[in-house]
Design a binder for this molecule. Structure first.
Ligand code: 2PG
Ligand code: MG
Length: 407
């Protein structure tokens, strides 16, 4: 793959923040990728940009990218990307790190160019490598319906403490699942309007409805939505965001729970509302707490690590070998290396841990997450229900599904 040039630039994400985009130009065409950014980030995540900020990462890119001009890379599989990433690591030795988001954009653009060079779509390029080309199964979407926590603003001083109330369909096709999620999302709006005085339509980060209701009142709505459209309920509790000094500090309603109470509370909610999926129910270093919850809920419930595992092989190994989770979030920019993502995927597969490929709260118009999810064999894709940055990823999987159904 002969590189004509590599061009870095800034783009804006859905929160209006600056992000980095990389464009790789080869004889096959121009291949772009831009990086998303998180807000409720895990402490074990790699830094997103150079310690001096995104501006400094861009300065480094402006010096580094011209060095790739006229290079010839032979990339036949994901691991071959090393030839390029090694150059990045070498460049960092004296200047400090580019950051996980820069790696995300650079690797994504290179992989897209490499896939085209091999005459393949990106999902197929990855699938041929990691799944021996076996026909992939379509994932199910995990969609953010009602929001709270760090991603949401308060209404009259209130919001739910949990970050995300999720809808998860179980349908034969991905496109049907997307439709059902949209219907459920709209029905939730109607119920919010009914059950809350003076409610006006407002959306928080990622597009879910904003509300001042408590966790349990929202779960009541979710239960009705789920029943009407045969959907499953999920939660991203993002517990680290309201944990401090050994306690979970709830604001709505005001309450303090210790570790034992917190695990107990989650277990009760799971039973009461028939919850299928619980992400980050305990704080990010409480491996034991996750295990406790996993042991006390039905085997069908997914106990999901995100801030706990941060797509970091060491942490994932600890979580999986300690039997603390049965599912995990995969966010490539948490670890800043798609080669590491591949190792995490292999570990999950060996241990039957379900994989949820996930967007970040600040997303761009890039849809590479969809190719990663199908290519690596994720069972779920978490990328919202509404908003153009979210819909573009759902649409990409619908397109892949259509191609596969035709073949
Ligand atoms: C999460 C994500 C995405 P953020 O916690 O799962 O929903 O949020 O990107 O802010 O880390
Ligand atoms: Mg999360």
């Amino acid at each position: 793959m002969f590189i004509k040039e590599v061009v870095p630039s800034f783009v804006k994400n859905s929160r209006g923040e600056k992000s980095v985009q990389i464009e790789v130009v080869t004889y096959e065409g121009r291949f772009k990728c831009s990086a998303p950014s998180g807000k409720s980030t895990g402490k074990a995540e790699v830094v997103s940009y150079h310690e001096k900020g995104i501006g400094h990462s861009m300065k480094m890119l402006k010096a580094f990218c011209p060095k790739l001009k006229h290079e010839n890379f032979i990339i036949k599989k994901v691991d071959d990307l090393k030839a390029m990433t090694n150059l990045m690591r070498k460049f960092e030795v004296k200047l400090g790190k580019f950051g996980g988001n820069v790696n995300y954009a650079m690797e994504g653009a290179f992989l897209r160019a490499a896939a085209a060079d091999n005459g393949k779509e990106l999902w197929k390029f990855i699938n041929d490598d990691v799944n021996d080309g076996l026909r992939p199964k379509m994932p199910m979407p995990v969609g953010n319906c009602i929001g709270g926590g760090l991603h949401s603003k308060t209404i009259k001083g209130k919001k739910p403490d949990f970050q995300e109330f999720l809808l998860i369909p179980k349908e034969k096709t991905f496109s049907r699942a997307v439709t059902v999620n949209l219907r459920g999302y709209d029905y939730a709006r109607k119920l919010l309007k009914k059950r809350q005085e003076h409610w006006t339509v407002k959306r928080s980060d990622e597009g879910p409805w904003m509300t001042s209701l408590t966790n349990e009142d929202v779960l009541g709505i979710m239960k009705d939505v789920a029943k009407k459209y045969k959907l499953r309920i999920g939660l991203d509790i993002a517990a680290s965001s309201f944990y401090g000094g050994g306690y979970y500090r709830y604001k709505n309603k005001e309450l303090i729970r210790d570790k034992v109470d917190q695990a107990d509370y989650i277990e009760r909610l799971v039973k009461k509302f028939g919850i299928f999926y619980v992400e980050d129910g305990m704080h990010e270093n409480d491996f034991g707490g996750f295990k406790e919850v996993l042991n006390n809920v039905s085997k069908k419930t997914l106990i999901v690590g995100d801030d706990l595992t941060t797509t970091n092989l060491k942490r994932v190994r600890r979580a999986v070998e300690g039997k603390t989770i049965n599912a995990m979030i995969i966010k490539p920019n948490q670890i800043g290396s798609i080669l590491e993502v591949k190792k995490v995927v292999e570990l999950c597969k060996r241990n039957d841990v379900k994989m949820i490929f996930s967007h970040r709260s600040g997303e761009t118009m890039d849809d590479i997450l969809a190719d990663y999810c199908v290519g690596f064999g994720g069972q779920f894709i978490k990328c919202g229900i509404f908003g153009r940055e979210r819909l573009i990823k759902l649409k990409r999987i619908m397109d892949i599904e259509r191609t596969l159904l035709r073949s």
